[in-house]
Design a protein around this ligand. Structure first.
Ligand SMILES: NC(=O)c1ccc[n+]([C@@H]2O[C@H](COP(=O)([O-])OP(=O)(O)OC[C@H]3O[C@@H](n4cnc5c(N)ncnc54)[C@H](OP(=O)(O)O)[C@@H]3O)[C@@H](O)[C@H]2O)c1
Length: 185
């Protein structure tokens, strides 16, 4: 939670200023940051679209996603339009194509990509690269939100410390939902 939760908080609350009834596209909704960002966006009463592979559709539906796009068979940029904001946790073409779904004056926050000034001009969009910083203030606000709401952190699998190498292989090969945890002691 400290990294993925603060990443979602810093992006949605501070960088985007997401508010009620606004529409946000969250890429990689089954991932660490994406799965928390969906829950935070719903808490803020926004409308949430997310991109996932087909096996993850039910998971993000349970988190509250309103519109689910299967990125392996559908082109989100041809389905979604007039969004106020996007959170990019994937980068590359996914980042570049996201400008097309945003309104003029919309905002895109990327966890991976530096702002593309040509696309910013072409679509009239504000682009931000976010470097997440886990400050005391953010951690405190995040902890209050978690305590007051029933936030789901999906732990897909747990490994003991001496099997850390196996845990990293699992993470790489299985693309888990949410998190893989190492237990100590
Ligand atoms: N800038 C910073 O300060 C900062 C801080 C934290 C993290 N990060 C970076 O942010 C990224 C996201 O972090 P995370 O912890 O959320 O990672 P993660 O748990 O691996 O989540 C990424 C998700 O994206 C999905 N995905 C892959 N290709 C996709 C596509 N084309 N369209 C939609 N979804 C796709 C993956 O699932 P499948 O492949 O199974 O579909 C996975 O669920 C990572 O690259 C991380 O290094 C940056």
């Amino acid at each position: 939670m400290p990294l993925v939760g603060v990443s979602a908080w810093q992006a949605l609350v501070e960088n985007i200023g997401l508010s009620r009834y606004q529409k946000i596209l969250i890429h990689g909704g089954a991932g660490g940051i994406g799965s928390i960002a969906i829950q935070l966006a719903k808490h803020l009463d926004a409308y949430v679209a997310t991109t996932v592979k087909s096996e993850d559709k039910e998971f993000v539906q349970q988190l509250g996603a309103d519109k689910i796009v299967d990125y392996t068979t559908q082109s989100f940029e041809n389905i979604l339009q007039d969004y106020d904001a996007a959170l990019d946790t994937v980068g590359g073409e996914t980042y570049r194509k996201s400008f097309k779904v945003l309104k003029n004056n919309g905002t895109i926050v990327s966890m991976l990509e530096q702002p593309d000034s040509n696309l910013m001009k072409q679509y009239g969009v504000k682009a931000i690269f976010q470097f997440t910083e886990t400050t005391n203030e953010r951690l405190t606000k995040l902890a209050q939100w978690i305590d007051q709401n029933n936030i789901k952190v999906n732990v897909e699998k747990t490994f003991p410390l001496d099997e850390t190498a196996r845990a990293l292989d699992y993470q790489k090969d299985n693309h888990p939902r949410g998190k893989v945890v190492i237990t100590i002691g």
